[in-house]
Design a protein around this ligand. Sequence first.
Ligand code: 6GU
Length: 240
Amino acid sequence: MRIQVITLFPEEFRRMVDFGVIGRALRDGRVRLETLNPRDFATDRHRTVDDRPYGGGPGMVMAVEPLRSAIRAARDSSVVRQPRVGLLTPQGRRFDQANARDCAKRGELILVCGRYEGVDERLIAREIDEEWSIGDYVLSGGELAAAVVVDSVARLVPGVLGDADSAAQDSFSEGLLDCPHYTRPENVEGDGVPGVLLSGDHEAIRLWRRKQALGRTWQRRPDLLQGRELNEQDRRLLEE
Ligand code: 6GU
């Protein structure tokens, strides 16, 4: 997987993802992360990367020319014919696990981190395929959001996760919240572990975990179950 990130803060961006399982994937080359800084594409003496908004008002807009040059350089260096170019912006559609899966399948991804008040609308129309947000709150720039996208995509690349932390067992891999987890000691300040987990009955444990996942999803995130047909076994577990 190759991910190119266009950002005014390349070092800071790399530090946000260069640890843990993703850091290992970057070191062993399963995921290649490259950064392009629009500042390096600015042609004026001061290497300006912002510009004033037409119509006035507070704040600045990302300068068109350096950003366009950076996006085109990323595109031109791509080995796939039509690399997906995503812009991180609070105006985007919510980025979800299905988007992450789709990105991971394509093998190449270009992420553009918006800064200031945003990106010129004509540049979005011409150079951007998707606008993504990570939630309904405002961040100071697209970098934190792009780091979220990089992490969620990279962990789906084959070999990035070992069996121990397999993506197949994750919350959301089946569109449900995860079940609760327990480890030693068996007693934490008087609180025990659900008996079934100590039973050694693998089928009973599987059913209990499924029931917990369904129950939590129904209680905490009923929106995830909307428009979804539960199978006979899941229906029974939820009604038990
Ligand atoms: Cl993608 N960018 C910014 N600046 N703020 C956000 C966001 C993105 N997603 C949620 N808030």
